[in-house]
Design a protein around this ligand. Structure first.
Ligand code: NAD
Length: 325
């Protein structure tokens, strides 16, 4: 019988952020960044906890190779790389860190918005190419324009706060946001069509599911203002990529920015790479020093609570089976 609980960590999760586990002598934390190694599989056999980011796929066979596993932690929000159904069946809790990267994703959204409004990335490129073309890069101001949010949870609400500070008006489509919460944030709840038709900037902050997949597609682009910008830093697939390319090429909207894609990494021959007035970043939403520490601390605390106290309040599944104490 082990005296300490073994927690195996992979995918370069921030060591600093894992302090709640490192500093607690009830745990032994082992970091093995190569999850395909023999050392990883042999350590996993004795692990009570496993912490990953997005690079490691925690599938059924990995779960089968971990007879003592009680909790899988995802240092981040998306759990697409974890077979949650298989974990649930084995009575393993899956915990994530939904709040640790809210500020990072919010600030990237603001960066994309300002880049679109002032054409920063194109202007930078032109100067590097030896030009000094001021007339070609006249931008627009955000003050007085309308932001239309699709989804105003953690990130959408923070984007709203910043856009209100820029003097924008904010409309929100979010069928699950209580009226009370919208009012306290100073936001106007409207229909999806109203957001699409009235907003100068449409920014999406929703999960990807059957309801939201392709929520912005050909029909929506046709109804948008010609001067509208569309920003997606939520999940690929929420904005239909083929429809976006068509809308940009036809001049149905003024520009767009994407941080997330239907297929990641973005295929080299994706038509998005050649589309006009489009700003592309390689899924950088959570890529700040602070967010990497933040998600690691959040998942470490969730792991500690689950393994020591049997507290599963951070679990995204409700595993049946043995107790976690
Ligand atoms: P959240 O759960 O706090 O908020 C999501 C909001 O979407 C909720 O208010 C919910 O009511 C609303 N919603 C759900 N279905 C909807 C629908 N059909 N129409 C309109 N609104 C709907 O999530 P969050 O932390 O704000 O994250 C938002 C998105 O950003 C998620 O998809 C998350 O994975 C993504 N994200 C991306 C990055 C990145 O690196 N680019 C980083 C962090 C989060």
């Amino acid at each position: 019988m082990r005296e300490t609980l073994l927690v195996l960590v992979t995918d370069r999760v921030s060591t600093e952020g894992l302090a709640p586990l490192h500093d607690d002598d009830r745990f032994e934390v082992v970091t093995i960044d190569d999850s395909s190694s023999e050392e990883f599989s042999s350590t996993l056999k004795h692990a009570s906890g496993l912490i990953v980011r997005s690079a490691t796929t925690v599938g059924e066979s990995m779960i089968d190779g971990a007879p003592d596993l009680k909790v899988i932690g995802r240092a981040g929000v998306g759990i697409d790389n974890i077979d949650v159904a298989a974990a649930t069946e084995r009575g393993i809790a899956v915990v994530n860190a939904p709040g640790g990267n809210t500020t990072a994703a919010t600030e990237l959204t603001m960066a994309l918005l300002l880049t679109l409004a002032r054409r920063v990335s194109r202007a930078d490129l032109s100067v590097r190419e030896g030009r000094w073309d001021r007339a070609a890069f006249r931008g627009v101001e955000l003050k007085g324009r309308i932001l239309g949010l699709v989804g105003a949870g953690r990130i959408g609400a923070e984007v709203a706060v910043r856009c209100l500070a820029f003097g924008m008006d904010v409309l929100v489509y979010d069928p699950y946001l209580p009226e009370e919460r919208a009012r306290s944030l100073g936001l106007r709840l409207v229909s999806l069509d109203e957001v699409i038709e009235q907003a100068d900037v449409i920014s999406l902050h929703v999960p990807l599911n059957d309801e939201t997949r392709g929520i912005i597609s050909d029909g929506a682009f046709r109804k948008m203002k010609k001067r509208a910008f569309v920003i997606n830093a939520s999940r690929g697939g929420v904005v239909d990529e083929d429809a976006l390319v068509r809308a940009l090429e036809a001049g149905e909207i003024a520009g767009a920015a994407l941080d997330v894609y239907e297929t990641e990494p973005l295929p080299p021959d994706s038509p998005l790479r050649a589309a006009p007035n489009l700003v592309l970043t390689p899924h950088l939403g959570a890529s700040t020093e602070e967010a990497q520490i933040g998600v690691a601390t959040e998942v470490a605390n969730a792991m500690l609570a689950a393994l020591i106290d049997g507290d599963l309040s951070a679990a995204v599944n409700l595993p049946s089976g043995p107790s976690y104490k």
